[in-house]
Design a protein around this ligand. Structure first.
Ligand code: FAD
Length: 413
């Protein structure tokens, strides 16, 4: 087993983690290590860019990171804790990383909800399909419906079009009123307004339905068409692919494992991004879903605070206030509507890993009982997909996080 000893350990190499590392490196005396489970750092938004690096901010950060003495352990999934060390699995074995202070920047994942046909081949998460295309999947001339909720839908639609797809419809479940309120609430974030206008321009001409969602996907061996609900009417639309995601869910499992307090589904932090566990900080999506600007500023505050550069941390409080306001607006605008709770039929699979149908879950009091009776959430994704779905469908929260938080090879246990 390889061993690393570091002063500051950062788990997650996305915008928050990279920014935390840069801020921490302002204190010359500290050794910094970033661990990320992907082959390249950059997180969800910058990872695929690293080869060509479009974003100026990402380019600057990467150049600066290269110039610092920062250890980067990629392809390494942190799966457990052992005292003041974390254990990570890599393709070549296990590493033990001993730290003084820990910064958790583990990001978020997409929320998927069950509806009849959602497990058919060619039905993807919206951001999931984008990630596959970034990884090389060919979508030239494919007819794609983009559905679900959140600002990512437009980002994904624009991206798919730029790669040669025909986006035939965009279905946003939220209401006109909430979307209008969202647009008005952006006055504090002019960059978001410009981004929104530019995205709308790029998808001009594509039917964009509000108050609309996909209620079923149809096909024998693969997707052929989807049923779209819109203001109480339904219509079938032929397509080759469906990209359907319902905003994001924070990755809080590692924080839970370390005993950090969780409030309203997020890791609770103080003004220095410090969690309820004194040597553990947290930044980015696990503390609130607020986009890349929020991740960057929170990461910087955490990096400064963890290395006792308090004045520098405090100087960013005002900037963070703006990004926190955006996170709130985002949350209100894209709250899920109750109708989505009624889409799954009794035979619709909810837990894909263990093949558990919706009908088998009704009648249980909580997630624990449902798990014991049906194995829902006990498969290889460990409830990362169905956990968020059953929380929405039944109001069940999964509080039991145990090591390993990711499936690991027997020899590493
Ligand atoms: C699938 C997806 C696609 C997105 N695409 C876009 C987009 O195109 N445009 C946009 O504006 N926003 C996008 N977002 C939102 C975007 O994630 C945020 O705006 C921003 O990247 C958040 O930065 P972060 O550093 O908090 O998290 P992330 O960028 O998610 O970085 C967290 C990193 O931590 C790693 N990690 C998590 N747990 C562990 C562990 N236990 N061990 C090791 N590594 C771990 C993750 O793999 C990831 O690389 C996307 C989000 C998701 C979930």
């Amino acid at each position: 087993m390889n061993k690393i000893t570091t002063d500051i350990l950062i788990v997650g190499g996305g915008p928050a983690g990279m920014s935390a590392a840069m801020a921490a490196s302002g204190n010359d005396d500290v050794r910094i290590t970033i661990v990320d489970d992907n082959p390249r750092i950059g997180g969800q938004i910058w990872r695929a860019e690293l080869g060509k690096i479009k974003s100026v901010e990402a380019r600057e950060l990467i150049t600066l990171l290269d110039q610092q003495w920062i250890t980067i352990a990629d392809n390494a999934s942190v799966f457990a804790r052992d005292g003041n060390s974390l254990l990570a699995e890599t393709p070549s074995g296990k590493i033990r990383i001993k730290y003084q202070k820990l910064i958790l920047t583990t990001g978020a994942r997409e929320r998927l909800l069950p509806f009849p046909g959602w497990t058919l081949p060619n039905v993807f998460g919206a951001a999931g399909l984008q990630a596959l295309v970034k990884g090389g999947l060919d979508i030239q001339d494919k007819r794609i419906v983009v559905a679900g909720t959140g600002p990512l839908l437009l980002v994904v639609a624009e991206y798919l079009i730029s790669k040669g797809a025909h986006v035939v419809a965009i279905c946003e479940q939220t209401t006109n009123r909430k979307l209008d309120k969202f647009a008005l609430g952006l006055w504090r974030s002019p960059s978001k307004i410009l981004q929104g206008i530019s995205l709308r321009g790029k998808v001009r001409g594509i039917p964009y339905y509000r108050n609309s969602w996909v209620s079923a996907a149809h096909g024998e061996s693969e997707l052929r068409r989807v049923t779209i609900e819109h203001f109480g009417t339904t219509a079938d639309v032929e397509c080759d692919m469906l990209a359907c995601g319902f905003h994001l869910v924070p990755n809080i499992e590692l924080a839970q494992l370390l005993g950090c307090k969780i409030a309203n589904g997020y890791v609770a932090v103080d003004e220095y991004q410090q969690t309820s566990v004194w040597d553990v900080y947290c930044a980015g999506e696990p503390t609130s879903i607020g986009g890349v600007e929020a991740a960057v500023v929170e990461g910087r505050i955490a990096g400064f605070a963890a290395t006792e550069q308090i004045k520098q941390a405090r100087s960013l409080f005002r900037t963070r206030k703006k990004t926190t306001a955006f996170a709130k607006v985002l949350h209100q605008a894209f709250e899920l509507r109750d109708e989505l709770k009624t889409l799954a039929a009794s035979s619709t699979i909810v837990c894909r890993c263990e093949d558990v149908q919706y009908g088998k879950l009704t009648g249980h009091d909580d997630f624990r009982m449902a798990k014991l009776q049906t194995r829902c959430g006990m498969g290889s994704c460990q409830g990362r997909i169905c956990g968020a779905a059953v929380e929405f469908l039944f109001g069940w929260k999964d509080r039991s996080v145990r090591p390993p938080i990711f499936p690991v090879r027997m020899e590493n246990l």
